[in-house]
Design a protein around this ligand. Structure first.
Ligand code: F6R
Length: 613
């Protein structure tokens, strides 16, 4: 949500900022702007809509910047107009600010500032920040920022500059992420790592309450009280090439095809087949706490929540531990029975999702052992966890999560096997058998993805469908939910996921020849039951697309109607089937969306990291 880029150094700031903002497009936005200082003059350029419009305006009337900042805005307060686009400025036109988050008390602050004589020209909450800093300014932008922030309630990642403080940016964080890229005699600021990967791999991760000042050669971080804090740079191993499209038409398609690699990388070095053990030393002090676990609470949102549902199945089945899954947004508004003995596992690609973080903190405050499964080293979630299990998906740019999801499944599989060994529900031999099968999964994923063309072809006949029903059972029920989510978020076609057995309790009323029913079949103990559900749908004139392991003649006999199809997947152990069944569903969603002419990587209204509640 919203993208921020700032630059101080020897380069012209404008192209650096624009390029960074372009690389943050996936976060979701509806207007954009830059502000730079050149030879003592502060200039802004903003526009509604996509960055291309801003870029055209800059091409028509170029700006140069000795230093500056830029922003892509995802509208919360006020429509996505040029006037409301960031950067916002003070009355004197000396100070500009870009901001991600929400200033909760902006109305009350605005009232006071207006009484003091400040003039407001936008409908945004952010504008109060520029005026607050202006009113506190007595020669030091950093001090004014600190004084202003003491009056602010809400969440923010922000960057400020003052025309008369050359080559200096002040950044502050309370909630949404903000990183500082460290270069040779230059510093960069951004809301996410991929914006800066082409310039540096060395990053300082700001924490809540940090106020940082950067010049080309200096970086200092203090807290809101002005006390210096140490934030050593960390080296990020992400390959900048992973944040490019690499010949694919969309990031989403590239990321779908990267899944075998991402799954392999997430597995790598984390188990010993010889010993039949999972090696999770990286959990640090949390590793010991796992022994005492009597219950697991999985917390997440969206696709990561679906991974949590698979995780529950695996943990209960392999480790005999009760596991519960909750939405981050629901957990803290009920009375969760969580305390010592509970392991709270937060699952998040970004590690910045506000609801997941809030739930995690709630569980932690109730005495649970906090463990993160996360794709971003140094993210807020990993910093709040006692132990983290990083997924090695690499940067995920497409808004719809794909490779992060299957990497989360790998991490959950490892955790479940590890818990099984710790608790003695799995012998080393049993664990070894599971690990051998798990290690083959990336290869089977490659096989499944090699049939991508069939899926593209199938979607030709789906262009008129306005609703889809996805059915699955057992460990593939969450995959039915995930398939439906993928379809609706990128194609804007309505889809529902259901446990197949629930169909007759309501959704069966929907079935006719216009409703494609996507049925997930695996080589498992509920296979026959899925066949019965498919028959129920067929008996009502339904059109069924089955995802099923190859060589199932019985299914072929059933699905001989004009719109029916079988998407064959390689056979694999039932427990690991979600890794495979999800792949055709991701491709199905992608091709349906493409045929509908949707913006696959940046679907409307969505943001990659949801940093507000
Ligand atoms: C869907 C999707 C979202 C995210 C959700 C949580 O494709 O990407 O549903 O899964 O917003 O995000 P993270 O995993 O970053 O916490």
């Amino acid at each position: 949500m919203c993208g921020i880029v700032g630059y101080v150094g020897g380069q012209d700031a404008v192209p650096v900022i624009l390029d960074g903002l372009k690389r943050l497009e996936y976060r979701g936005y509806d207007s954009a702007g830059v502000a730079v200082v050149n030879q003592g003059s502060l200039q802004r350029r903003r526009s509604a809509g996509k960055l291309d419009r801003l870029a055209s305006s800059l091409a028509a009337e170029p700006l140069r910047g000795e230093w500056g900042l830029g922003h892509t805005r995802w509208a919360t307060h006020g429509r996505p107009t040029e006037e409301n686009a960031h950067p916002h400025q003070d009355c004197g036109g000396h100070i500009v600010v870009v901001h991600n988050g929400i200033i909760e008390n902006h109305l009350e602050l605005k009232e006071r500032l207006v009484e003091e004589g400040h003039r407001f020209v936008t409908q945004t909450d952010t504008e109060v920040l520029a005026h607050l800093v202006e009113s506190a300014y007595r020669g030091s932008l950093e001090e004014a920022a600190r004084e202003a922030l003491a009056r602010v309630r809400g969440v923010y990642a922000l960057v400020l500059l003052h025309r008369d403080e050359p080559q200096r940016l002040v950044a502050a964080r309370m909630g949404p992420p903000l990183v500082i890229g460290v270069g040779e005699s230059e510093h960069f600021i951004a809301s996410d790592i991929p914006a800066l990967l082409r310039h540096t791999r060395d990053f300082v991760f700001l924490e809540d309450g940090d106020v940082a000042t950067v010049t080309p050669t200096a970086l200092s971080v203090r807290n809101l009280e002005g006390v210096e804090v140490t934030r050593p740079p960390q080296r990020v191993t992400w390959d900048p090439v992973q944040a490019e499209k690499g010949g694919y038409r969309h990031f989403m398609l590239k990321e779908i095809h990267e899944q075998p690699r991402a799954a392999r990388d997430t597995l790598l070095g984390r188990f010993s087949v010889e010993d039949g053990e999972v090696l999770l030393d990286e959990l640090g002090p949390a590793a010991a706490g796992l022994r005492e676990a009597s219950r697991v609470m999985l917390l997440a949102c969206g696709t990561s929540w679906h991974a949590g549902l698979v995780g529950k199945f695996l943990i209960e089945h392999l480790a005999g531990l009760p596991a519960e899954v909750d939405y981050g947004s629901e957990f803290r508004y009920r009375t969760p029975l969580v305390g010592p003995g509970t392991v709270a596992v937060a699952i998040s690609q970004s590690g910045e999702t506000a609801d997941t973080l809030a739930a995690f903190r709630e569980a932690k405050s109730r005495g649970a052992l906090p463990i993160a499964i996360c794709n971003v080293r140094g993210s807020m979630l990993t910093r709040e966890a006692v132990g983290s299990l990083l997924t090695h998906a690499g940067p995920e740019i497409g808004v719809a999560s794909t490779k992060a999801f299957t990497s989360q499944l790998v991490a959950l599989a490892l955790l479940a096997l590890h818990l099984g060994r710790l608790r003695g529900t799995l012998s080393p031999d049993q664990c070894r058998e599971h690990l051998v099968a798990l290690a083959r999964i990336p290869h089977l994923m490659e096989q499944a993805l090699s049939r991508a063309d069939e899926i593209e072809e199938l979607t030709r006949s789906l262009t008129h469908a306005t609703d889809f029903l996805y059915l699955g059972r057992g460990i593939n029920y969450p995959i039915a939910l995930e398939g439906a989510l993928k379809l609706k978020e990128i194609s804007y076609v309505h889809a529902e996921g259901y446990p197949a057995g629930e169909m007759k309790h309501g959704p069966i009323a929907l079935i006719d020849d216009a409703l494609p029913v996507v049925a997930l079949c695996a080589d498992d103990h509920v296979y026959e039951k899925m066949l019965s559900n498919i028959q129920e749908a067929k008996a009502r004139g339904g059109r069924v697309i089955a995802v099923a392991p190859s060589g199932n003649g019985d299914l072929r006999g059933l699905l001989d109607g004009p719109g029916d199809a079988i998407l064959e997947i390689p056979s694999c152990p039932a427990l690991w089937s979600p890794f495979i069944t999800v792949l055709p569903l991701q491709l199905l969603a992608y091709h349906v969306a493409l045929r509908a002419g949707r913006d696959v990587d940046q679907p409307r209204n969505l943001a990659k990291s949801v940093t507000v509640e």
